[in-house]
Design a protein around this ligand. Sequence first.
Ligand SMILES: [Zn+2]
Ligand SMILES: [Zn+2]
Length: 252
Amino acid sequence: MEITVVGSGTVVPRLSRRQSCVAVETGKETLLFDLGSGAVRGMLHAGLDPFAVDRIFFTHFHPDHTVDIVPLLFALKYGADQARERPLALYGPEPFESFFGSITGAWGDWMLGDYPMQTHELPRACPSPLDLPDLSVSWTPAEHRPESIAYRLEGQNGAFVYTGDTEYAERVVEIARGAHTLLIECSLPDDTPAPGHLTPSGVARIASAAGVQRVVLTHIYPQADALDLVQEVGRGFDGEVIVARDGTLLTV
Ligand SMILES: [Zn+2]
Ligand SMILES: [Zn+2]
């Protein structure tokens, strides 16, 4: 799978980092994980076609992970050269149906489009992985918001795990176990932590305990950007460490 970090930023408005969004091209489908502010234009910057999306997954409902669902659905309805016919599937943690219903209630029924659209509310604990063309998707509760979940994509060449926002949690270690690539939030420095988020030492602790091959840091606040994050995480993790930028391309 080809993974593009479309947005590596946070709630802090910055030109250098858009809000959270990750695109995964499986070879058969295009999946998006989170859609923060700037994600749609970020896809264009990264050479991705926003109209090519087949499935969208959300880790939690904070605006910096969800708001660009509005411009994306508006574009799918009115901004394409040809009317969309291919299906679109949306996935989010409980209570996703209520969350999405609030958005469609506020913006109007046009959000549902004329193409087949399905919404899937994921129970907090994954009963069994979703089998998609080319890969399977599982998830686990993360430690951030009551609804927060982290995702694992199991492909032919290994696993890709995306934490969304979280602080240290054994469940996150478990879902990351043995992964080829762990895309993990690294919000703040160790000397100014915040509840519900990770710092470099917490990232290293999860990555080491899970035995992943490489970690890719995302969701980076300006205070953390001022550090040498590769060195900071490297103090407690022996594998490869990459600091994501908007547009970073990864292959698993
Ligand atoms: Zn966030
Ligand atoms: Zn959040």
